[in-house]
Design a protein around this ligand. Sequence first.
Ligand code: SF4
Length: 291
Amino acid sequence: MEHSPGKKPEWLKIKLTAGASFASTKQLLNRQRLHTVCRSALCPNLHECWSRGTATFLLLGNVCTRTCRFCAVGKAAIPPPPDPLEPENIALAILSMQLKHAVLTSVTRDDLHDGGSEHWVKTIRAIRSRNPLVTIECLIPDFQASESALDLLMAESPDVLNHNIETVPSLYSRVRPQASYQASLQLLQRAKRKHGLTTKSGLMVGMGETAEEVSASLHDLVRHGCDMVTIGQYLQPSSEHMAVDRYITPEEFEQYRIIAEAAGFKHVQSAPFVRSSYHAEAYTSNTAILP
Ligand code: SF4
């Protein structure tokens, strides 16, 4: 029998707020047939973000070749081919949403020869050509640690290069079976040392890790040149997914924030509902950001 973390505590009850921009954001994304990680990953902040007119665009379709046990995105060995119109459609959506900071992410496409890196580049260029002032945050997959695929994308100099380690190394085989903790650290180091990018990563907690392991991973990230970190509670998307081990209290999140700041991160977000692109616009190096 799977371990049960008990009843959801008060601090994890979502208050739905559908502000003025919610309906228009939803209509626009549907009209342009765009995928967002907000919807595909059942993000708890969807209402809040869409109501503020922000969204995280999901490139390369909404079907992933990997089987991470925490993730609600659909999975298949051979997803449909990338949509050649997607880069331009995302650029147009950003224009109509008048975003000042755009967050892009993608599924992992181990079936494509370059992991989809070229499609990422086309999207970044399309966005910049229509929206020259927009800042771009790329939350990237590991491209199977292919240096050429990583360099192709990193050479576009996104304003923030984000790559989540997701959890501590002892849980990788259960949580991210096809990924490597070391490869993720190396990726962040490459972004910083070779390309001089602003780097960011994130972890989910409540999956069975210890506080000592979280602290060790935070120090690993800093040693590999990571500037910013997000720490949030893992929530089980469905009964098919990995169970929550424990609900981390707001006080423990505060402790993690203190540890992360002491380790040397420039920005830390640590709270139950924090996700890797939550309020991302407030943490760019560019100060011309959303209100
Ligand atoms: S690689 Fe990313 S999108 Fe794919 S299953 Fe894992 S977390 Fe989800």
